[in-house]
Each structure stands twice: as C-alpha cells, then as structure tokens.
Write a protein that binds this ligand. Structure first.
Ligand code: NAD
Length: 248
C-alpha cells in the first residue's frame, strides 16, 4: 500500500515542488491550497483540494475526505504561508491577525485534524515549514519572523507530546527560495528603498554562501529526507536549508 502525504500550499513554490517530488517517489499525494491549481495534471495518485488552512470547517472537511478515501495519512507537510514586509508601526491589527491565522493558525488546524488519524495508526511524520526569519533578525520582517519562531517552538514541544505515538515532528528553515513569495517580498523592499529589483535581489542572494537562491526542489529534498525512514531518529529538530546564512 502506497503511503499518503498531505501537503499544504501545494499550488506553487515550495509546496508544489514538494508535492511533485513525493508523487514522483511513490507517494499518494494530496495537495491543499486556497488557490486553484493544475499541480496534479498528468499525474496519478494525486489529488488537489481547494482549502483555506486558516478556516477550521474547510480543514476538517478536507481531512475527513482524505481519511474516508485513503484511510491513512503518513505525512503531513505544512507549507502554506504568507509574508508581511513592513515596519511594525505601519502594520494594522488586521494584517497581524491574518499573518498569524495563516502562518500559525493554519499549521495548528492541520495538525489538530490529522492527529486522530496518525495516533490511531501509531505512526506518522509532521513537517512544518519555518524560515531563517525565525532564527535571525530580518529588518521589516519582525512579525513574519515571529510566526516562524512560533513554528520552531511548536515543533519542539509537539515532538515530545507525540513521541509516545511514534509520530515524528520536525521543521525546515529555508533561506531564500526562488518563489513568487520571495519575488513579491523583494519588489516591496525595492519600492520602499527606491532601488531596483535587481539591486535588492543581489543583496539577498549574497546572504547565501553560494551567492544564489535555492530552487524550491532543494527544499523539497530536505523535506523528503526528514519524512523518510532515513530520518527515523530525528524528531523535534529544525533543519536549516539556508546555504550557510545563519552560520555566518
Ligand atoms: N520563498 C522563500 O524564500 C521562503 C523562505 C523561508 C520560508 N518560506 C516559507 O515557505 C512556505 C512556502 O513559501 P513559498 O515561497 O513557496 O510561497 P508561495 O507564495 O510561492 O506559495 C505559498 C502557497 O501557500 C498558499 N496559501 C497562502 N495562504 C493560504 C491559506 N490560507 N490556505 C491555503 N493555502 C494558502 C498560496 O496560495 C501559495 O500557493 C511559506 O510558509 C513561507 O513562509 C519561504
């Protein structure tokens, strides 16, 4: 019986690359995203569901459907997220709430509704996508970084809480990954600083030791490793996939 992986944020970027890699490597993959997507086109054992991970009824409905159809969830990979690039005094309460609802609330709701299935199985793997922003101070990313710090803390505590059920919980912290999210982040910064997109991009590339951004597939590979049996003794950890950024 093939294993089942549920991946949020699967319409584009890191989530999409992760779904594609898991599907290529013999997983039944179910992708969730607030946006419509063709990620499963031309693939078998692949299903895409529209779901806003910050809405409990939608999360519950998606997980119930997956449980009824496949009867198991081997891996939950939380990737869906949003970014906010703003000085704190310009940030509205609504923006703060939205950021937390998706980046922390969305992970909470997915984990909450997948857990009864994993606990019954007495096995499972949860991977949360954090960020370098949860490790280092990034100007104008304080609230975004705070959501990612929260995910690292959530991962640590849950690893201990779920160890009796043989459920492993880990996070990945990517550096800069070439996705729409990063490009829009750079665009906002370039506009604010009255500089060109290319100039800001170059600076952000230099934060990685190889002087380039990651391809989303390079993050998917790290997620695949942490999910696999090769990582059977790894729980409660955060894997930096940042090409040296934090170690500098
Ligand atoms: N790109 C980077 O440089 C980078 C670095 C570190 C961490 N991350 C994290 O990686 C994750 C993926 O980022 P990405 O760069 O691929 O971003 P992206 O914007 O390209 O993709 C994010 C996906 O999440 C979906 N999404 C947003 N809100 C949602 C919601 N409420 N419900 C369901 N889906 C929702 C979007 O529709 C989108 O398809 C995020 O958690 C992000 O914070 C990204």
């Amino acid at each position: 019986m093939k294993k089942v992986a549920v991946i949020t944020g699967a319409a584009q970027g890191i989530g999409r690359a992760t779904l594609e890699l898991f599907n290529d490597r013999e997983y039944i993959t179910v992708g969730l995203d607030i946006k419509e997507s063709d990620v499963c086109r031309g693939r078998s054992d692949c299903e895409f569901l529209r779901c806003d991970v910050s809405k409990e009824e939608q999360v519950k409905e998606a997980i119930d459907h997956i449980n009824t159809k496949y009867g198991r969830i081997d891996a939950l990979i939380n990737v869906a997220g949003i970014v906010l690039v703003k000085p704190i005094e310009e940030t509205t309460w609504e923006e703060f709430q939205k950021l937390y609802e998706v980046n922390v609330g969305g992970y909470f709701l997915m984990i909450k509704h997948v857990l009864p299935i994993m606990k019954k199985q007495k096995r499972g793997v949860i991977i949360n996508t954090a960020s370098v922003s949860g490790h280092v101070g990034q100007v104008r990313h304080s609230l975004y970084g705070a959501t990612k710090g929260a995910i690292i803390a959530l991962t640590r505590a849950l690893a201990w809480e779920l160890a009796p059920y043989r459920i492993r919980v880990n996070s990945v912290s990517p550096g800069s990954v070439d996705t729409e999210m990063l490009r829009s982040d750079i665009m906002v910064e370039a506009k604010r600083l009255e500089r060109s997109f290319e100039e800001v991009k170059k600076e952000r590339e230099a934060e990685q030791a190889f002087g380039r951004w990651a391809d989303p597939k390079e993050i998917a590979e790290a997620i695949f490793f942490l999910t696999s049996d090769a990582a059977s003794f790894i729980t409660g950890t955060d894997l930096l996939v940042d090409c040296g950024w934090v170690s500098k």
